[in-house]
Ligand binder design. Structure first.
Ligand code: UTP
Length: 469
């Protein structure tokens, strides 16, 4: 498209202001802006500005909302043989090379405020290993155990792609075969002013941000990663996010349950900490499994209790999924991903009409993102499997306080202490707190069961810093 055609196409959707400084730009800047604008689907932008920015879309409330029946962590009565078969099935899928790990790491990580990709963050309590290394060690351990290397797909975005690749290269890909790692970038979405105009971050560039973890499904198709998976015979993706060092990147039982139940998209859940915890809720709305955000679950339902006192809507979402490759193909057929958009009002720097950069002190813009869990209602036979918070969820979201590096380091020690205690090792306590710092390398053990097979000390000393690697 030449500049006139581009100008006309943005004018036709009322977005001509993105050309405000065009005549004053040099050729390099003109190319830069033109490349960003050409990548934009103008009819989509026009629709989003109308449906999601100028108006606030209402959450389409299901008429009937019921709790989900999640698979328990360990087999309940009558489920023993299903769980045994599922665990075997999961192992077999790994041995047959049918599973790939899928890490989404394209987010901006603004709350943590770390300079650089979040995966670089030194997260472990003793060795200060970066998140990427924690995942790499887990995947290497599972590859070792199943006798077959596990391919690893990593989604980045324009905000962190180059530094992420450089970090992996600098660390020799953490011992992973680089041929098994495939990086690809997700899409970017422009920010809007609250009256629906695209914002410029500079005179020659739009204010862009990653299009949400739901954009990963489209990015898998567009980047060719999906085709690559097909050519390698990969049937399932084990999806996890970059901020949770406790995640089991590969869980044979979960993968096996997902496969044997014919589920296209499976999810892990944990019991919520309290009725209003700010996590999504797995619910069955009008007969369809879905995640309802904490802000959309009516209070009257959120606080409902079962006769035993537990919460009736207790299934919190922790962003761990298994997805069939064929499901992603189906969802992205024709290049369109039919997931809803989520609107968030944020502070976004922009250039005003006089060309000055404005740094707002309150939200001035609307950002739109797609969320991966919105694919669940579109999946056949979707299941939810229960895990344990202490075993599998302690994300690093904020710089301080709740879900911070400090709480995550503490939770890593608590889990390690629990695994050691289960293996018969005495762990010192002071009141309720573990009186030691403990770190277990995933290469030493990926689970409490595996730890029992390792040579262990009889006891951990009071105040000791114990690293098992
Ligand atoms: P968050 O929802 O915590 O967002 O992402 P964030 O951008 O990382 O952090 P804040 O909100 O700015 O503090 C959860 C997971 O989804 C990934 C993140 O990298 C993280 O693994 N993600 C999020 C993407 O890959 N792309 C996105 O567009 C958004």
């Amino acid at each position: 498209m030449n500049a006139t055609e581009l100008k006309n196409s943005f004018a036709s959707i009322g977005q001509q202001s993105v050309f405000r400084f065009w005549d004053h730009l040099n050729d390099t800047s003109k190319h830069k802006l033109a490349a960003q604008l050409e990548a934009i689907d103008t009819s989509l932008i026009a629709q989003l500005a109308e449906e999601y920015v100028r108006t606030k879309p209402k959450f389409p409330h299901p008429g009937d909302i019921q709790p989900v029946k999640a698979y328990p962590r360990t087999a309940g009565p009558g489920q023993e043989s299903l769980y045994r078969q599922a665990a075997e099935r999961g192992q077999q899928l790994l041995k047959d090379g049918k599973v790939a790990a899928f890490l989404v790491a394209g987010g901006q990580g603004t709350r943590l405020g770390y300079e650089g990709p979040k995966g670089e963050y030194p997260v472990t309590p003793i060795k200060h290993k970066p998140l990427f290394l924690v995942f790499a060690e887990q995947l290497l351990a599972h590859s070792r155990d199943c006798g077959r290397a596990i391919p690893w797909y990593i989604m980045t975005s324009d905000v962190n792609d180059a530094p992420t690749r450089a970090f992996f290269a600098k660390h020799n890909h953490f011992g992973y075969d680089p041929k098994l790692i495939r990086f690809f970038q997700q899409g970017m979405m422009p920010a809007f002013s609250t009256d629906g105009h695209l914002l410029l971050a500079h005179k020659d560039s739009l204010a862009l941000s990653p299009d949400g973890h739901g954009g990963s499904l489209r990015a898998l198709l567009k980047s060719g990663a999906l085709a690559d998976m097909k050519s390698r015979g990969i049937e399932h993706l084990s999806y996890f996010q970059v901020d949770n060092p406790l995640v089991q990147c590969i869980d044979p039982l979960f993968l096996g349950l997902h496969d044997t139940t014919g589920s296209e998209m499976s999810s892990k859940t944990i019991p919520k900490a309290h009725a209003k915890e700010r996590v999504g809720n797995f619910c069955v709305g009008d007969g369809v499994l879905q995640v309802i955000e904490y802000s959309d679950l009516p209070d009257a339902l959120a606080v409902q209790k079962n006769p035993d006192g537990s919460l009736r809507f207790d299934a919190g979402s922790i962003a761990i999924h298994a997805l069939r490759v064929s499901f992603i193909e189906r969802l992205t057929a024709g290049g369109k991903l039919q997931l809803p958009w989520h609107r968030a009002e944020k502070k976004v720097n922009f250039v005003d009409a006089s060309g000055h950069v404005v740094k707002p002190d309150k939200p001035n813009a609307v950002k739109l993102e797609q969320f991966v869990f919105d694919a669940i209602p579109l999946a056949h036979n979707a299941i939810v499997y229960t895990t344990d918070r202490g075993e599998e969820f302690s994300p690093v979201k904020n710089a301080e306080g709740h879900d911070s590096p400090e709480t995550s380091r503490r939770d890593q020690t608590i889990r390690a202490a629990k695994w050691l205690a289960a293996a018969g090792v005495a762990v010192p306590k002071q009141g309720e707190e573990i009186d030691a710092v403990i770190e277990i390398s995933p290469l030493f053990a990926v689970s409490a069961e595996q730890l029992k097979t390792r040579k262990l000390p009889k006891a951990v000393a009071k105040g000791e810093q114990l690293y098992l690697g």
